[in-house]
Design a protein around this ligand. Sequence first.
Ligand SMILES: Cc1cc2nc3c(=O)[nH]c(=O)nc-3n(C[C@H](O)[C@H](O)[C@H](O)COP(=O)(O)O)c2cc1C
Length: 392
Amino acid sequence: MSRDEPGGDATAPAAQLAAPGTRSAGIDAAPPVLLDPSRTGVADFEALARERLDDRAWAYFSGGAGDEHTLAANRAAWRALSIVPRVAVPLAGGDTAVELLGRRWPTPLLLAPVAHQRLAHPDGERATALAAAAQGTGVVLSAQASVPLEDVAELVRGDAGRGPLWMQLLPHPDRGFLRALAQRAAAAGFDALVLTMDAPLHGVRDRERRAGFALPPGLAAVNPADAPPRPQPASRFDYAAAHAASWSDVGCLASASALPLLVKGVLHEADARAAVAAGAAGVVVSNHGGRTLDGTVATARVLPRIVDAVGHRVPVLVDGGLRRGSDVLKALALGARAVLLGRAQVMALATAGAPGVALWLRLLRDELETALVLAGCRTPADASRGLLFDGD
Ligand SMILES: Cc1cc2nc3c(=O)[nH]c(=O)nc-3n(C[C@H](O)[C@H](O)[C@H](O)COP(=O)(O)O)c2cc1C
């Protein structure tokens, strides 16, 4: 039922598209793109991807729920925050490293779980994971990934410069199956699990409907391939009841493997407290990129409340609408330990596969470093709310 459930660095290579004949199901017959790192910016990949993706794949990857108010609100909320930089700050020796779940990582950036990436490029999640590792960025592999989780772990876990390697899970009515999947991820070498709790049901995806989106034959979520069939009750309430996790499920899953478990999809501070009380090692403030309930609050607006509620106990991460290095700086200033990037990774993937994602991430890292330096922050931990203008 669920489709996703419930400057320019001179050393970066020019990126070329895969040869015709290896086109992905969602790729149109657009001419190959040669990316020139010295002339490409972080914001350019969306338009390049639009030229490459067919209308249905574009609707799936870029669309949101309903009238897409939340999709727009996420981006607008970051834009609405203004930075008040400090000058004459000692910056020597600074870097972008962050501490997360007891380990130090090169950047506060992770790729958000995004399903079915082989729809955007034949290499799919292998390409995004390799590029992320090369750029010191973390990966949260979707429960609906189109390549085996073991393949992704094998590709990146030995890379000393990589970021965190986390596996996203979806609640499943068969708790034994979910525990086994958690243990499989642990055995493959993942560092943590992320349980997505905000999508027990599909949002109302009007844009996908209008475009007639359906997963093409041959493209499937391969990791839960051996999952017991999901019951299909007629009522949405009963379907959601069967597919949602309770806080006690969170506790059980948190102890099912040796891996820390984060909860993704938290917007209310009471839920953040409950997640931590149930054993969550972190929370991800997310509204699923505006794909579930349209009208949901923008993540930037509730992030400070959740940081205040649980940030002294566990790391708080955020996603939704982050596109620029300055957006990442604002999230750090509001108290996020790290950020997740959803659609932007697919735009880079569709544009030019692994080299496209690597170039986009290099540019984003450069933007983040520039933003930290120009705002007077030696490290991400130096970013605080005092850096943001909260007047009219
Ligand atoms: C096409 C698409 C598929 C997604 N698939 C998943 C998924 O499988 N699991 C999940 O937890 N979130 C999924 N998400 C939500 C993202 O993880 C993330 O919360 C969201 O994209 C962040 O917003 P942004 O796209 O504005 O960065 C998906 C988002 C998109 C756009």
